[in-house]
Write a protein that binds this ligand. Structure first.
Ligand SMILES: [Zn+2]
Length: 178
C-alpha cells in the first residue's frame, strides 16, 4: 500500500460511500463499488484500494504491511466501521480472518449481558489466545481483541487459571475483565 495521507476531499468522498449509523457498534455498510467477494473498493490516485484498508488507515494512520490483512470482527465484508476492523496476519488458511472474527463474535456474544465485570473464556477462546500469542501477537492487540485484562491473558497463555482438560470442556471459566 502506497498512500500515506488522504486529502479532505478524499475523506469526504470516502464517507459519502459509507452508510454510517449513529450507533458506533453497528456495521457501516459500503454503498459503492465492491469486489465480487463483497469487499468495498475505493479509488485513490488512480488505484483501487480495499475500503477496509482505507478505513483502518483513517483510524490508526497505518496501512497493513504486506502479509497483513484487515479482518472483520463482524464477519461482514461490506462493513468499514473501524471499530469492527482489526489487523490480522495473512495465513495459508483462507478462513483465518473469518475464524478470528467468529471467535471474537462468540466471545462478545457470551460477554454480553454480564453485569459483574467478569466474562467467560471458553476452550476455543483460550486456544485462540495461545495461538495468536505464538504468532507473535502481544499486549494491546490481545487485550483489546478479547476484552480481557492483560493479567488474565498471560494467565491463559501460561495455562495457570485455565486447564484444558476434557472434564471441563464446555464449562467456561470466568475471568475478570478490565
Ligand atoms: Zn461491522
Amino acid at each position: 500500500m502506497e498512500f500515506t495521507t488522504l486529502t479532505e476531499s478524499d475523506k469526504q468522498r470516502f464517507f459519502k460511500k459509507v452508510n454510517q449509523t449513529s450507533n458506533h457498534d453497528e456495521c457501516w455498510l459500503w454503498n459503492a463499488g465492491k469486489s465480487k467477494e463483497g469487499y468495498g473498493r475505493f479509488r485513490l490516485n488512480r488505484k483501487l484500494y480495499q475500503a477496509t484498508h482505507v478505513s483502518y488507515f483513517l483510524r490508526h494512520n497505518i496501512m497493513p504491511a504486506s502479509g497483513q490483512e484487515v479482518c472483520h470482527k463482524c464477519d461482514n465484508p461490506q462493513c468499514v466501521n473501524p471499530n469492527h476492523l482489526f489487523l490480522g496476519s495473512r495465513s495459508d488458511n483462507m478462513n483465518d480472518c473469518y475464524k478470528k472474527g467468529r471467535l471474537t463474535q462468540i466471545y462478545k456474544g457470551k460477554a454480553k449481558g454480564e453485569r459483574n465485570g467478569s466474562a467467560k473464556v471458553t476452550n476455543e477462546i483460550a486456544e485462540e489466545i495461545r495461538r495468536l500469542y505464538n504468532l507473535g501477537i502481544r499486549g494491546k492487540s490481545l487485550t483489546s481483541r478479547f476484552k480481557i485484562h492483560k493479567t488474565n491473558i498471560y494467565r491463559i497463555i501460561r495455562g495457570i487459571s485455565y486447564q484444558n482438560n476434557a472434564s471441563r470442556s464446555g464449562d467456561p471459566m470466568r475471568l475478570i475483565t478490565s
